[in-house]
Design a protein around this ligand. Structure first.
Ligand SMILES: [Zn+2]
Ligand SMILES: [Zn+2]
Length: 284
């Protein structure tokens, strides 16, 4: 505990401007209410990952970014889970999407050896292609790494990506793995897993990150933070992760919101947001 904890009560008021640096909104039926609750919780922007869902289908992320330019940015990629299902035309589609100014990052790509829903070799090849694309279009990279940090770090270096603006999203690795990514110039992004009772290793990693490379995210609809654990996650819940990150780093929630929001604006080249007044959802 620290003496700034009193500022926690400010989380959720309109003076706090927070960015959810990684979420998913495909398939939700109550989108307008989810966006309204996000604004009410103090969020000023969401980075919505637009991922391959079926041949030719990358979901609604870019469409949402077009309809809510000030509030939503999109990314585009083929998730490592889907790397073996997607075809050449889908990789070509990612290259086209990557040119869109509202697609602010390439991702999420990476390696997930926990599920191995695509064979590891196919995941590695897809990760290489996304890294090359991100470098070619000069946009940041969003990495999803689970139980694969060693291979992912090697591949990232082999591809010459050291120093390329990169978000290692939903970081759940060890402090040593955090240190390795930090040495390559990456940002680490923390999800609700930071708040879990068994998340002490993740909190130890969060203590190592330079303040200018910290991000917060929900990865909604997954990984709802305490005290919402078990519920469907949504961007408004990022406030709870921010609260724990602030406590871990001995900052007030407002200070941590300012730090992570500035980092997200810089990393994703977001338009100036903080002066934009909060407003209700316009009907489509
Ligand atoms: Zn992910
Ligand atoms: Zn994700």
């Amino acid at each position: 505990m620290n003496e700034t904890t009193g500022a926690d009560s400010k989380a959720g008021c309109e003076c706090v401007k927070i960015i959810d640096a990684h979420c998913h909104l495909d398939g939700v039926e109550d989108l307008a209410r989810i966006l309204a609750r996000a604004r009410a919780a103090g969020l000023c922007h969401l980075v919505v990952n637009g991922l391959w869902r079926a041949p030719g289908d990358f979901g609604s992320a870019l469409d949402l970014a077009r309809r809510h330019t000030d509030f939503i940015s999109a990314t585009a990629a083929i998730h490592p889970h889907d790397a073996a299902q997607a075809g050449e035309a889908d990789f070509e589609r990612v290259r086209v999407l990557a040119q869109d100014p509202l697609v602010r990052a390439i991702g999420e790509t990476g390696l997930d050896y926990h599920y191995n829903l695509s064979p590891p070799g196919v995941q590695r090849e897809a990760m290489r292609r996304h890294i090359r694309l991100a470098r070619a279009v000069n946009k940041p990279l969003v990495l999803h790494i689970r139980e694969a940090h060693g291979d992912a770090l090697d591949l990232f270096v082999e591809e010459g990506a050291t120093g390329h603006p990169t978000q290692v999203h939903c970081f759940t690795g060890t402090p040593d793995e955090a240190q390795s990514w930090l040495e390559l110039g990456c940002h680490l992004s923390f999800s609700g897993a930071l708040t879990f009772k068994n998340g002490e290793g993740i909190r130890a990693a969060a203590r190592l990150v330079p303040l200018d490379r910290l991000l917060v995210e929900t990865d909604s609809p997954y990984l709802a933070p305490v005290p919402h654990r078990g519920k469907r996650c949504e961007p408004a819940f990022v406030v709870e992760t921010l609260r724990v990150l602030a406590e871990v780093r001995g900052l007030s929630v407002d200070e941590m919101a300012a730090v992570t929001t500035q980092n997200a604006i810089r990393l994703f080249n977001l338009p100036p947001l903080l002066s934009a007044p909060l407003r209700g959802e316009a009907s489509p």
